[in-house]
Design a protein around this ligand. Structure first.
Ligand SMILES: NC(=O)c1ccc[n+]([C@@H]2O[C@H](COP(=O)([O-])OP(=O)(O)OC[C@H]3O[C@@H](n4cnc5c(N)ncnc54)[C@H](OP(=O)(O)O)[C@@H]3O)[C@@H](O)[C@H]2O)c1
Length: 250
């Protein structure tokens, strides 16, 4: 048996088990299995790995993408540059950290980057990244790579350039790309949305929510009400999961 799984604190929202169980079935991999492992604390992680010698790979979700790093043998160069891990390959007792959120987010935004630039203008587009956790780091990496200027909004000034109370209509109107990397609005808290002046959105804005459950979050619905283009996190989930599979298969 080859075992894979997802670690996180609360996994009621996750689609990963269905994704990999379907994939293993489609590919005739009857000896492969994917499970969800809810960990109350990341310090429980080594015990989980030691207890199951059949584990070949893990995915990591909130809030452990950064706190898992000290428990790994090494990081691949991309995960080291990002500073967050969402995929772990387990080979000969070694745990190697990777980041496939970068691949997933890149595939989500690459098609829209061109539309953010004003025709004939050299001005780099601006973005707002909501939240400063593990996924935010992968998003920041891709935005830097794409030459998009961005500011991070955090509950704590030490983790972002802006706190939520500083995000006014002017900031929203200037930042044409807004990416939610917080869990606000995620199942089961579907009535929540990041506190923003949504009335400043226009048809030139693009809202991206990394949340995929629900597919249309309240954040995205606020954008739709203003005629703004919206993108949910499901395509990213699939892209990062396929990339994780490529990592595990070497
Ligand atoms: N579609 C995909 O493939 C995909 C991939 C990765 C992540 N995601 C989704 O992205 C979200 C974040 O995941 P993550 O792993 O980055 O989690 P994380 O490491 O816990 O980071 C989330 C960040 O959001 C902010 N935050 C958390 N709770 C908040 C609250 N109640 N109010 C305001 N801000 C809050 C925090 O930033 P501050 O402390 O700076 O405020 C926190 O660091 C989750 O919903 C996850 O499912 C989706």
């Amino acid at each position: 048996m080859q075992r894979y799984g997802l670690i996180g604190k609360a996994l009621g929202h996750s689609f990963s088990k269905e994704f990999f169980t379907d994939k293993f079935k489609r590919e005739g991999l009857a000896d492969h299995r994917y499970d969800l492992f809810e960990l109350a604390d990341i310090s429980d992680f080594p015990q989980l790995v030691q207890a199951d010698p059949e584990l070949r790979g893990m995915n990591v979700t909130l809030p452990y993408k950064q706190s898992v790093i000290p428990y790994l043998t090494s990081l691949d160069p991309l995960a080291a540059a990002v500073g967050a891990v969402n995929t772990i390959a387990i080979r000969n007792g070694e745990l190697i950290g990777h980041n496939t959120d970068v691949f997933g987010f890149r595939s989500l935004v690459e098609p829209i980057i061109g539309s953010l630039r004003d025709p004939g203008s050299d001005v780099r587009p601006r973005a707002l990244v909501l939240g400063s956790g593990g996924a935010s780091r992968a998003v920041a990496y891709v935005l830097r790579e794409a030459g998009i200027r961005f500011r991070i909004v955090s509950r704590d000034r030490s983790r972002g350039e802006l706190t939520w109370d500083m995000v006014d209509r002017t900031i929203v109107s200037v930042c044409k790309l807004i990416i939610n990397t917080t869990p606000m609005g995620m199942h089961p808290n579907v009535e929540e949305a990041p506190p923003l002046p949504y009335e400043a959105l226009t048809t030139k804005h693009v809202l991206v929510d990394l949340i995929y459950n629900p597919e249309r979050t309240r954040f995205l619905k606020h954008g739709e009400e203003m005629g703004t283009r919206t993108i949910g996190g499901l395509a990213m989930l699939h892209a990062q999961a396929e990339e994780a599979w490529r990592v595990w298969k070497g």
